[in-house]
Design a protein around this ligand. Structure first.
Ligand code: HSE
Length: 438
């Protein structure tokens, strides 16, 4: 078969990893593709010492790659939603297939990009956009095609998981670990995307669309980051048998009389005995519950040069195999055929039902606990576990930690507001959502 010629745009961490792995594993990759995959051109504004491009032509104007008639597949590894978006649309207009690791681009503009690609008869592949080296897109889109997906929950930001793990295990400071994650090439150009959950929200939206058959709806995700997680909450959670993980969760609502999909990213207490509670460092994991298969879990490195390159190259191999196939025989971009996607209601966070961890700073005097219990019970919230700690030296308040039953968020927030109004409660009530993931 004719060689498939690719143009790699962007020679950063993932671009150089992709270049290097293609050269190193050329024999295996070509044998799997059934044809030679040739890097015909690289588009990069600057060289990367991690990558010797040898005699491959390097073009400083990346748009020249999108216009190069020799190129079959444009591999977009620039990131962001400005230049990368223009580049992808230009390449599609010129009849190139696209392989990208760009989750922001797919999450925010995927609907338009897929429509343009379908009109032009080319494909857009994005395995590397979610969970780095884990082939989670293929697993949901193809491996679980028989199932009605009930929910999925994932640790889908390596930087955030690395930070939480180092803070828990080594007592390191948040800022110090973040710098290390940046040096290791895990973090986004703007690391607030990692720690405030935006990166995870991008990935969650993609997974949810594949799982539930709906268009991408990034603006509907509820997002809360990890920057407010206090070390004492990590410790109290452990004492109660839980770990705090930053999860992306998509679930068909289970609340009575409520129909819709929950889409949320937030710190979550999960029982420490769950496999996913023990996923540490830069590793990612995604749990997917299908009605036929039951719970399944996918685990692997969620960031880094070669793990992400592994997914990029898997997509290149897929495109090479089907490049001459009738476009209508390709796997649909969002798993469901475009005309079968439906605009399912996304639930606002106020309507979501979960259990909660609450931490209150309570004055150490008789009757406070009963006031707290009566406010909660007025809102139909029951206490499933409780610990009261000694006051820290020199302080007059004691930490009171409660775990609640499952309750709709708006009821919990109403109770929290009333608790914060109590004279015996100081400051704000810390509340962290909990999931059993069973
Ligand atoms: N910044 C991302 C992460 C890179 O830490 O997971 C992979 O998408």
């Amino acid at each position: 078969m004719k060689p498939v010629k690719i143009g790699i745009c962007g020679l950063g961490t993932v671009g150089s990893g992709t270049f290097n792995v293609i050269f190193r594993n050329q024999r295996e990759i070509n044998a799997r593709a059934g044809c030679d995959i040739t890097i015909a051109q690289v588009g990069a504004r600057r060289d990367n010492p991690a990558c010797d491009t040898g005699d491959v032509s390097v073009e400083r104007d990346i748009f020249a790659v999108a216009r190069n008639p020799e190129i079959d597949v444009l591999v977009e590894l620039i990131g962001g939603t400005t230049i990368a978006k223009d580049l992808v649309f230009e390449a599609i207009a010129n009849g190139k297939h696209i392989v990208t690791a760009n989750k922001a681009l797919i999450a925010e503009f995927g609907n338009e990009i897929f429509a343009a690609a379908e009109a032009k008869g080319v494909s857009v592949s994005f395995e590397a956009a979610v969970a780095g080296g884990i082939p989670i897109i293929k697993a949901i889109r193809e491996g679980l095609a028989a199932n009605r997906i009930e929910w999925l929950a994932g640790i889908i930001n390596g930087t955030g998981n690395f930070i939480l793990t180092e803070m828990r295990d080594k007592g390191r400071a948040f800022a110090d670990v973040l710098v290390e994650a940046q040096e290791l090439g895990y973090a986004e150009a703007d690391p607030t995307f990692d720690v405030e959950g935006i990166d995870a929200a991008h990935k969650l939206v993609i997974l949810a669309s594949l799982a539930f058959g709906m268009p991408l709806q990034f603006d509907k995700v509820f997002t809360e980051g990890i920057s407010n997680i206090a070390p004492e909450d990590v410790a109290y959670a452990e004492e109660l048998g839980y770990r705090i993980k930053h999860l992306g969760i998509a679930r068909a609502s289970q609340a009575e009389g409520v129909s819709g999909i929950e889409l949320r990213v937030h710190p979550t207490l999960i029982p420490e005995k769950r496999l996913i509670a023990n996923v540490d460092g830069v590793m990612n994991a995604v749990l997917v519950k299908g009605d036929a298969v039951g719970p399944t879990m996918y685990y692997g490195p969620g960031a880094g040069a070669e793990p992400t390159a592994s997914s990029v190259i898997a997509d290149i191999v897929d495109v090479a195999r089907s490049i001459h196939a009738d476009p209508s025989h390709r796997v649909a971009h969002l798993a469901f055929q475009p005309e079968a996607l439906s605009d399912i209601n996304i639930l606002p966070i106020a309507e979501v039902e979960t259990a909660y961890y609450l931490r209150l700073a309570a004055q150490d005097k008789p009757g406070v606990l009963s006031q707290v219990a009566s406010i909660l019970s007025d809102d139909g919230i029951s206490i499933e576990a409780l610990i009261q700690k000694e006051a820290n030296e020199g302080e007059e308040v004691v930490p009171l930690i409660l775990l609640t039953n499952r309750v709709v968020e708006k009821a919990l927030m109403a109770a929290v507001a009333r608790l914060e109004d109590l004279q015996a409660i100081e400051g704000s009530v810390i509340h962290i959502r909990m999931e059993s993931l069973g």
